[in-house]
Structures are given as structure tokens and as C-alpha cells.
Design a protein around this ligand. Structure first.
Ligand code: NAP
Length: 264
């Protein structure tokens, strides 16, 4: 039997176990996906232990993404993002950031062409992944964040990026093609980080927030005729990308999407 898992704290309400176990079932794999809440400060032992036990792959969530990036060899994209959310154990552990692919593949699944100008709101882990991913697709990226210094620091590392505060969003969005909310604003609340007047029909809007699925930002965006993509699509495709890196096979996307949406 193959064993996969998730490390984080808390992980009790994670929807990754049903999403990945649906994939194993659809592919006829003898595999399980289990969750762990390790002690802070134990990450190197956790990674070595997982390797020694023959675990095939681990996902990593808050608060360990940066600790794991420091503890394992990382691929170049995860290195630039500075955070690992997926570890594959093949001749030792290698760290990846599949949140970046989650952003790109969520747009691609909805037929959105990633060219032109993108605005990323947020400069934490999800914002870093989105900014590097969209810049690597060739987009000009503007990063807006509540703490402007964090946006400036990120923009200095991302090719063709600019930065500003949240008050500059209407100007930044006026000629934008793509918007990603990578803040936690809207999570379990009716708030939005983007004023409705800044939205327009030419935008494709991805909200990383997935609880609720229809956030205030997405309902405002739909009301002006923008394309809307909920956070479950990003969650799905980061998991799809992890499955494909661990197994070397195409993920059963429909099975994973069904299980994920049932669990949310
Ligand atoms: P993080 O590293 O803690 O970053 C949080 C971001 O939100 C920062 O940019 C922060 O701004 C901003 N923020 C927090 N409260 C705010 C407020 N009241 N007003 C304006 N900005 C505020 O978190 P993260 O890991 O990037 O996650 C961000 C969100 O993305 C979470 O909701 C998370 O669940 C979601 N997410 C979704 C997926 C997915 O697959 N769908 C994947 C990863 C994350 P400051 O810098 O000013 O503090």
C-alpha cells in the first residue's frame, strides 16, 4: 500500500483526504492519504521520518510551508516562492509549490488566456505563488497588499512586476485582464478586498478563498459580467498537480473535483 499525507496545524477540517482518496479509488490504487499535526520545530525529523517510512508524498500547509522549503531540496519555482506545499520522496525528498500550478490550471480550465496584465491582491504565501506563476506565463503583474512594504519586496523578486497598496486597486485594475484575490479577506465573511467599482466585464477573477465558495468578490465580479473562478478550482488543481508529481500519471480530475466539492 502507498501512503500519502498532509502535515499542518490544524488539519482536522482539511478536504485533501477525500479529494486524494477519490483519485486513488478512480485509478484503482492501493493507497491511503492521512493527516499529521507535527510539533513546531520538528520538521526536519518529520521529513526524514517520512522518507525512512517509505511515504510516497506529503502535502504541506500552514504553518509549515516555509519550514519545509528550508528543510528539503526544492525545485526552482518553489525556491523562488520560498514555500513548499508538496514533497515527493524519490531518491530523497524534493519540495514543490503546486499552488502556482493551481492558479495557472484553474484559469486554463476556464479557457482564460494568461496574457496581458494581472493584478494579485495579497503578498503572503498564496500571493507569492500567484505572482510568480502569472509572471512565468508572461503576464505583467501588479501586486497590491495591505502592507505595502510586503508588496514592494515581492515585486522586486518577480519579473515585470509593480506594486502598491489596496487604495490603488481601481487604477491598477482599469486595464487588467486577470485578478487573483490571494488575501484571506472574504474567508467566512461577507467582505471583499476589491471595491466593486474597480471590477469590469473584461476581467477573469480567481478568488483563492474557498469558504464560502461564492465570496462577495465573486458575486460583485459576476454582477459586472466578469468571468469568475472560485477557490475550489485552485485547491483542486494544486492537488491534481501534486498527484501527478507523486504518481507520474494523469489525475482523474472529475473524480477529485466531485469529492472536493462534496467535502466543502
Ligand atoms: P498569508 O500568508 O497569511 O497571507 C495573508 C494575506 O492576506 C496577506 O497578504 C495579508 O496582508 C492579507 N490580509 C489578511 N487580512 C487582511 C485584511 N483584513 N485586509 C487586507 N489584507 C489582509 O496567507 P496565505 O497562505 O497566502 O492564504 C491567503 C488566502 O488564500 C487564505 O484565505 C487561504 O485559505 C487561501 N488559499 C487558498 C488556496 C487554494 O488552493 N484555494 C491555496 C493557498 C491559500 P498583510 O501582508 O498586510 O498582512
Amino acid at each position: 500500500m502507498q501512503v500519502f499525507g498532509l502535515i499542518g496545524n490544524p488539519v482536522g477540517h482539511s478536504v485533501s483526504p477525500p479529494m486524494h482518496e477519490a483519485a486513488y479509488e478512480a485509478c484503482g490504487m492501493d493507497a491511503r492519504y492521512v493527516t499529521f499535526e507535527p510539533d513546531p520545530g520538528s520538521i526536519e525529523r518529520v521529513v526524514d521520518g517520512a522518507d525512512a517510512l517509505g511515504i510516497t508524498g506529503l502535502n504541506v500547509t500552514i504553518p509549515f510551508k516555509e519550514d519545509v522549503a528550508a528543510a528539503v531540496d526544492t525545485d526552482p519555482l518553489a525556491e523562488r516562492i520560498g514555500a513548499v506545499n508538496t514533497v515527493a520522496f524519490v531518491d530523497g525528498p524534493t519540495g514543490y509549490n503546486t499552488d502556482a500550478a493551481g492558479v495557472v490550471r484553474a484559469f486554463g480550465h476556464h479557457g482564460v488566456s494568461l496574457s496581458g496584465r494581472a493584478v494579485v491582491v495579497g503578498a503572503g504565501g498564496a500571493g507569492r505563488a500567484a505572482a510568480f506563476a502569472l509572471a512565468d506565463e508572461g503576464m505583467d503583474v501588479h501586486i497590491a497588499n495591505r502592507t505595502v512594504e510586503r508588496a514592494e519586496a515581492l515585486a522586486a523578486a518577480v519579473p515585470n512586476a509593480s506594486s502598491g497598496g489596496l487604495d490603488g486597486l481601481p487604477a491598477a485594475l482599469s486595464d487588467a485582464d486577470v485578478l487573483v484575490n490571494a488575501t484571506s479577506v472574504g474567508m467566512e465573511s461577507d467582505e471583499t478586498p476589491v471595491p466593486k467599482r474597480a471590477l469590469h466585464a473584461g476581467l477573469a477573477v480567481l478568488d483563492a478563498v474557498y469558504a464560502p465558495l461564492e465570496t462577495r468578490l465573486l458575486s460583485d465580479a459576476a454582477a459586472v459580467g466578469a468571468t469568475t473562478i472560485d477557490g475550489a478550482w485552485m485547491l483542486l488543481f494544486q492537488g491534481v498537480e501534486a498527484f501527478e508529481r507523486w504518481t507520474g500519471r494523469d489525475a482523474p480530475i472529475d473524480a477529485m473535483n466531485g469529492a472536493l466539492r462534496d467535502a466543502l
